[in-house]
Ligand binder design. Structure first.
Ligand code: SF4
Ligand code: SF4
Length: 194
């Protein structure tokens, strides 16, 4: 009799024991939704794993882009959108460069993030980044430690970005307002008392 492997992760082991796909867990429209938003041929994935093998996040985390491709094809919407690993893609596009089927897995991930946002499933640090971009034009604004370091290097204290040209902030805010990003980030954080 085959013995079960022990990965030291009870949740993963339970999932591996479960060989069944429950139709209740699937959304047949999920793949179409992903394709519509990503504009890539996600259904053509044949699970070769080249994307995961190319992914700089994979060796450093539990994130596996190939798993998300499979979830897309199987319509496992809740599984995909509720997995925090969805937010570990750095959008480096290595997987897209190398996919032998000319799929853009990066864009699949971006599409899934967009769909997750519709359900308010967004990590808090992403929402706080939206707020920072809205107020400063930067996800990571300059600070006094950086300013001193820049001075020592003979650079201006602030880089030639919105820090030096705040007159461009209204344009940035207009784009963010158009997509209601800041409004939704504020709402979700307020609902959670943050
Ligand atoms: S490289 Fe392309 S075909 Fe291979 S698993 Fe990734 S998305 Fe699918
Ligand atoms: S784009 Fe994202 S999923 Fe693709 S290789 Fe880079 S980090 Fe990994």
């Amino acid at each position: 009799m085959a013995t079960e492997k022990n990965y030291g992760n009870p949740e993963l082991e339970a999932k591996l024991r479960d060989r069944y796909l429950y139709t209740d867990d699937t959304n047949p429209e999920f793949l179409n939704d992903v394709k519509k938003v990503s504009r890539t041929i996600a259904h053509m994935c044949y699970q070769c794993g080249t994307c995961t093998g190319s992914c700089p996040s994979a060796p450093r985390s539990s994130y596996r882009i190939r798993l998300f491709m499979r979830r897309g094809v199987l319509g496992l919407e809740k599984e995909a959108l509720n997995d925090p690993d969805l937010w570990l893609c750095t959008t480096c596009y290595s997987c897209t460069d190398r996919c032998p089927r000319d799929i853009a897995p990066t864009d699949v991930i971006m599409a899934m993030r967009n769909l997750a946002f519709k359900y308010d499933i967004v990590p808090r640090n992403f929402l706080k980044t939206v707020q920072l971009i809205y107020t400063t034009g930067h996800g990571v604004p300059n600070n006094d430690v950086n300013r001193s370091a820049r001075e020592k290097l003979g650079l201006s204290r602030d880089p030639p970005t919105t820090h030096s040209y705040p007159e461009f902030m209204p344009g940035i805010q207009k784009i963010i307002d158009h997509y209601k990003l800041k409004e939704n980030a504020d709402r979700i954080l307020a609902e959670e008392g943050q």
